[in-house]
Write a protein that binds this ligand. Sequence first.
Ligand code: PMP
Length: 443
Amino acid sequence: AERLDKDYVWHPFTQMRDWLAEPQLVIVAGEGVRLIDADGNMYYDGVSSLWLNVHGHRKEAIDRAIIDQLGRIAHTTMLGLISQPAAELAAELAAIAPPGLAKVFYSDSGSTAVEIAVKMAYQYWQLKGVATKRRFVTLANAYHGDTIGSVSVGGIDLFHRIFAPLLFPTVQAPSPSCRHCRLAGDPKRCGMACLAAMEDILARDHGEIAAVVMEPLVQGAAGMLTHPPGYLKGVRELTKRYGVLLIVDEVATGFGRTGRMFACEHEGVSPDIMTVAKGITAGYLPLAATLTTTEVFEAFLGSHTEQKTFFHGHSYTGNPLACAAALANLRVFREEKVLAGLPAKIAAAREQLDALRLLAHVGDVRQCGLMIGIELVQDRAGGVPYPAEAAMGARVCRHARRYGLIIRPLGDVVILMPPLASTAAEIGEMTAIVRRAIDEVTG
Ligand code: PMP
């Protein structure tokens, strides 16, 4: 596999040799929260196979559900047809989603779910006869995927720069990241300048704005940048006041990642459109969904010739195998009371992370449920970052791999996203490996 990989495979972000140690690791199996390579070595899956895996690998209940579905049908189009698992899953998603989200549009990745949300919001206003509402408010530091539409609503310069001529312009609001706000940490001083900036934009431009697009509570791909409590709720209130749709991207945060089924629940928020993917099949098969309200859906009911339809649909939409996996995923959540078990795991992680905070080269530790970012700095007192060419985050991840933990860097932020199925003891072991790797690389 290693030779074939070298000769033929183009990896996401092109090989990433700077942080993936040579030789290439070939994963042949998974077992619970661990991955097994071709030489039989075991590694903790510390990023849940890119923030996807929820209940561990080879979860019997999910394996069985997929095999059972295979015995019936693997795939059929959803163009005018429906499969039993796709119909059942839509009903279950509507039942567990924040109130009001009653219609489910399937796709196959987080990026396409966002792409769909954007097209949906745009066309909604066109169908309502408000042709001027065609722009989007986005947040600096946001990440929503890699298609042209989802990059357009993103805010990470590195992903934007090269494609800038292809992207549609947005109105960018400041990132609500407390890390980059000098007023953070003191609720009295905070006063949420980020929310005031959002209000200024909406008060000024609402006649042109179709929707605000945001990740709830935390900007994951930007390095787990957590937001001040109340920001999400505040944006919901503002969007309602100014007649703008709210699109919340729960692709990373959905399915228990933040301690609740959806991050919106922490602030009692119901968006107009919500995107989910990643954990929806517990990391088994590609599937995504864009959920919306009956109000938005009904605007699209009518004849095709009048353009009253949503011009979007993928070949693998609502794939029955993936939907069967998702149904099994939700069954495991219910039967094993996964959400009820999370507070103890999140608290265990917090306790371990508090010790990391004291290290000389750890500038910040951010945690939102089981989404964890550990930021490395040259000098904690002065907050001085390492030079980019030192690739400290990448080096820590390489060292961690030697000790049996797969994690990833986002710049100099080391990302730990253990599967929800990890025990408190396993999370402790993962954190201990991170600490050892940081000590070695920075010592
Ligand atoms: N939105 C968010 C918030 C994400 O974190 C990601 C992926 N990291 C995406 C969208 C894109 O999802 P996908 O990789 O499945 O296209």
